[in-house]
Design a protein around this ligand. Structure first.
Ligand code: ASP
Length: 142
């Protein structure tokens, strides 16, 4: 269960991304979550970087969250900062933000990566030629 997002940078410097839908979570009849909406649950611009999201999809859709993360990287912010800024945008739109969870993961064109979420508990795995599937805890606001 839960969303899985993946971001990759190949040896030629090309970025790609994918994400699953959330499995059993939030599966109401007729609901479309953020995962299948490009720009919301996933966005990749091969000139800049990619981002993927998890958490309460409605809040991610309203912020066009992953597009926002990539635009913050385009402005020169590192991936973790871009994710944090997108989380702050979600927080600003949701007075009940302490009751929800949203998290972003980002990878830049130069191979930097980072993550940020509202509440602690998310982690992500990194694999590079130097790092063999190491788990990291996402930074969080709470
Ligand atoms: N973002 C997914 C959704 O709202 C849920 C999840 O990330 O677990 O459909």
């Amino acid at each position: 269960h839960d969303t899985i997002g993946m971001l990759t940078l190949d040896q030629a410097g090309n970025l790609s991304g994918a994400c699953t839908t959330s499995g059993a979570a939030f599966k109401y009849h007729g609901r479309v979550g953020d995962s299948p909406i490009i720009g919301a649950g996933l966005y990749v611009d091969n000139e800049v970087g990619g981002a993927t999201a998890t958490g309460w999809g409605e809040a991610v859709i309203r912020a066009v969250g992953c597009f926002l993360v990539v635009e913050f990287m385009r402005q020169g912010h590192d991936p973790e900062t871009a994710c944090r800024m997108a989380v702050e945008r979600v927080i600003s739109k949701n007075p009940d933000w302490r009751e929800i969870q949203v998290g972003f993961l980002a990878l830049s064109k130069d191979g930097e990566y980072g993550s940020f979420c509202i509440a602690p508990g998310f982690n992500y795995a990194v694999r590079t030629p130097e790092i063999d599937n190491q788990l990291f805890d996402a930074q969080s606001r709470l």
